[in-house]
Design a protein around this ligand. Structure first.
Ligand SMILES: NC(=O)C1=CN([C@@H]2O[C@H](COP(=O)(O)OP(=O)(O)OC[C@H]3O[C@@H](n4cnc5c(N)ncnc54)[C@H](O)[C@@H]3O)[C@@H](O)[C@H]2O)C=CC1
Ligand SMILES: O=C(O)C1=N[C@H](C(=O)O)C[C@H](O)C1
Length: 250
């Protein structure tokens, strides 16, 4: 029996790629392509067991709640999620009427990016300095990227656990934000450049040495094995899962 899949945001860069990946994957069947203006009702979901959301940071949380109410499990790649939004999804999934439903949300489904986040968190405790540089296509609507935020949080958590203080930084004047965004104490820089797809570099420094960890998604094909894995696994999980690393035994 195939897993019936609906794609929300199906007309977009990621959504259209996901539609093709679902059609090409063994054991998955694409039953609905939904985009702006399509209500997320059981009728429009056309028997889907799993919905995949690649839409816009401003709508993804509402979509997830509507999809849970419509009785499907959900895989989300859209960025813009806050801790409070995660908590609201957890609360929704804990309600009796949502029994059996599960949701996977991952800021990045590419294996190289997931490993970059994992390696960066592992390395963070050994370095005085750590910064994140993300580089994307100029059509991207959010900055910093969801991946960069998750990477910075992972680095910050590892530094805190190791008892490290703030990164060294003598900057006294920065009226135009040249030092980038600061996520949990980690500086994050965003580049938007025609020709790029999705890239990230984590730079970690000590006196006399530097470690650079870099991921490059040259093509949206890079995200598809992770998305297909999440679609296959979401039905067997409970509640909310954040991050593809949780499915990869990292
Ligand atoms: N987790 C991951 O591995 C990846 C995540 N992303 C994220 O996925 C999201 C989408 O990225 P792209 O596909 O590049 O954007 P896009 O702009 O090409 O596509 C978004 C699509 O969603 C549709 N949409 C907007 N509001 C909607 C709504 N309320 N209901 C249904 N459809 C709606 C748009 O019409 C559009 O077709 C972004 O947040 C991006 O950061 C992108 C690449 C990989
Ligand atoms: O918008 C994109 O393209 C991407 N968005 C995700 C993010 O914000 O981290 C994942 C990947 O970087 C591509």
């Amino acid at each position: 029996m195939s897993i019936a899949v609906a794609v929300v945001g199906a007309a977009g860069r990621m959504g259209s790629t996901v539609c093709q990946a679902v059609q090409d994957a063994d054991g998955l069947a694409l039953v609905a392509r939904l985009d702006v203006g399509d209500e997320l009702t059981a009728a429009n979901l056309a028997g889907a067991q799993v919905a995949v959301d690649f839409t816009h940071p401003s709508v993804t949380e509402d979509n997830v709640h509507a999809l849970i109410d419509a009785g499907v499990d959900v895989v989300v790649g859209t960025t813009g999620w806050t801790d409070a939004a995660y908590e609201r999804v957890r609360e929704h999934l804990a309600r009796p009427e949502a029994a059996g439903r599960s949701v996977i949300i991952a800021p990045n489904f590419a294996l190289s990016a997931v490993l970059t986040m994992s390696f960066a968190a592992k390395a963070a405790r050994y370095f005085e300095s750590a910064e994140v540089i993300e580089l994307h296509h100029p059509n991207k609507v959010d900055a910093p990227s969801g991946t960069a935020i998750a990477t910075a949080r992972g680095i910050a958590a590892a530094r805190a656990e190791a008892g490290l203080g703030p990164v060294p930084d003598a900057t006294e004047t920065d009226p135009d934000g040249a030092r980038g965004a600061v996520v949990d104490g980690v500086h994050v820089h965003a580049v938007r450049l025609r020709g790029l797809t999705a890239h990230e570099e984590v730079v970690l420094g000590n006196p006399g040495e530097q470690l650079t960890i870099r991921t490059d998604s040259f093509d949206r094909a890079s995200f598809m094995p992770g998305v297909v894995l999440a679609v296959r696994e979401v039905g067997g999980r409970e509640g909310l899962t954040i991050g593809l690393d949780r499915l990869l035994d990292l």
